[in-house]
Design a binder for this molecule. Structure first.
Ligand code: GAP
Length: 453
């Protein structure tokens, strides 16, 4: 495992992300735009695998959750009713010495005096509330009447569609509505690579229940979510549950946990699990004048359900997955000499590419065509990468660095006329242990699927 100090480790991770096509600075050729990032060919695969696994766990493998995909722009009234227009703010402070614009909680305190973290200056403005929502105008007139916001969370679309979904999904309480989508926050000080971005994705579940079930379900969802992170390769020992203290919780929440991860830049939040009571539905019922109640057929009573919300960040989880996977070790080169190796030890289920397929030599038609037939065999089931260029050790190393868990090599034994036992078998190499096993080609789909799903 890597012994790199944490600051160097983060630099190496950022550099690998660019070098191998995971994450680029947005608009890079124009100097970039602070807090905005683009995902390259491997980053997009990693992100998709994460979102697909979340969807599988939270929607497909449950009877009590349905999905939706709401619009990013909504009627401004939504943001008035939810409280975002008035209160979705961060305290902003300016340093008069170096002109840095800071978030209140980013100041450093030395001997009881607050200082600018950039220049150490003590000449700071009073904090003022800065609303994090991006404004935009809908239609051809740019005035108050056409003003709305890019959504700062996906959750509100779920609340305002609650009644429609309740009617068509015919679910009884407790049940949930899940959504994955973009959210936007004009963060005062985006930092730590993609950790705090201005455009990001959330994976949110609003799990509606009776008031008396709220606290129990808060515990249940905290545990479910911890299991989820373990299932994608983030060990429990690197996760921490912070019970958000009463004075730091949203006023309507009766309990909130933050699930945190030990990033190289410190322990930071991956996900919030909050018991939001009936606050949101009550607000929208009041503001819209439309009933958002649930009718209990057994008791014949109508009431507004309460809600427990596990809300995870896609980009933060992708970053945690990369940080967790990054490792440096030593491996033998072509001649058996040990050399440094960079490995992304992704869990096979979220690795961008599942398997590399390599003919031992590129100028041997039989090896190449056999390797290509294996690609055709596996492609309907998983994302495969075919590579015929360079020494086989180099090809393994390239795949190790992007976290491909398996490599298949077609060699002369695969084509063997002499040894019937080896004919139509290949070597299957496992990334972390570098162990190789001999496997019949026909067994590959079943064997690999069992290891990546
Ligand atoms: N609906 C509840 C909600 O939005 P939140 O704690 O503000 O709660 C949920 O956000 C998650 O969204 C966070 O735990 C984090 O993973 C992600 N997130 C929030 N702001 C972010 C930002 N600026 N950049 C990246 N991810 C962010």
């Amino acid at each position: 495992m890597s012994a790199a100090p944490e600051s160097q480790r983060m630099e190496k991770i950022v550099s690998l992300c660019k070098r191998r096509g995971f994450i680029f600075q947005s608009s890079e050729i124009y100097g970039g735009l602070n807090g905005l990032w683009d995902y390259g060919p491997l980053g997009v695969e990693l992100k998709r695998n994460l979102k697909n696994y979340w969807w599988r766990m939270m929607v497909h493998e449950r009877d009590d959750v349905v999905g939706m995909d709401g619009a990013i722009l909504m009627n401004r009234s939504v943001w008035k009713a939810s409280g975002h227009e008035d209160t979705f703010t961060d305290p902003m402070i300016d340093c008069r010495s170096c002109r840095a614009r800071l978030r209140g909680d980013q100041l450093v305190e030395k001997k009881g005096v607050k200082q600018c973290p950039v220049c150490g200056g003590k000449d700071l403005t009073e904090p003022r509330a800065f609303n994090l929502m991006f404004k935009t105008y809908v239609g051809a007139t740019e005035d108050e009447s056409s003003l709305t916001y890019l959504r700062p969370e996906t959750a509100q679309a779920i609340f305002v569609q609650f009644k429609n979904i309740l009617e068509i999904a015919r679910k009884k309480l407790p049940f949930g509505i899940a959504q994955i989508g973009k959210a936007f926050r004009n963060e005062i000080n985006p930092r730590n690579f993609t950790f705090r971005s201005r455009e990001f994705e959330q994976m949110e579940l609003e799990y509606f229940c009776r008031a008396e079930e709220g606290m129990k379900l808060l515990e249940y969802w905290k545990e479910e979510r911890l299991k989820f992170y373990e299932n994608i390769g983030i060990p429990r020992t690197r996760l921490h549950v912070l019970t958000v203290p009463d004075d730091e919780r949203a006023f309507y929440s009766k309990g909130t946990y933050d699930i945190e991860y030990d990033f190289p830049f410190g322990r930071q939040e991956l996900e919030g699990v909050a018991y939001r009571t009936d606050y949101d539905l009550v607000q929208h019922q009041k503001a819209s004048g439309k009933p958002l109640e649930y009718f209990d057929e057994e008791t014949k009573q109508k009431f507004i359900p309460h809600v427990v919300e596990p809300s995870a960040g896609v980009d933060r989880t992708v970053l945690a997955l990369i940080c967790e996977a990054y490792s440096e070790d030593r491996a033998p080169d072509e001649k058996g000499k040990m050399e440094a190796r960079i490995v992304l030890r992704f869990h096979p289920r979220i690795a961008p590419i599942k398997c590399g397929v390599f003919p031992l030599l590129k100028n041997n038609n039989q090896l190449v065509s056999k390797a290509k037939s294996i690609v055709d065999l596996l492609r309907p089931h998983m994302f495969i990468f075919y590579d015929e260029s360079g020494a086989i050790g180099r090809r393994y190393r390239r795949q190790d660095e992007i976290g491909t868990p398996f490599g298949i090599t077609v060699d002369f034994e695969t084509l063997s006329e002499k040894d019937a036992k080896l004919r139509n078998t290949v070597t299957l190499r496992e990334r972390d242990s570098m162990k190789q096993e001999r496997v019949p080609i026909e067994d590959l789909p079943g064997l690999l699927l069992s290891r990546i799903s």
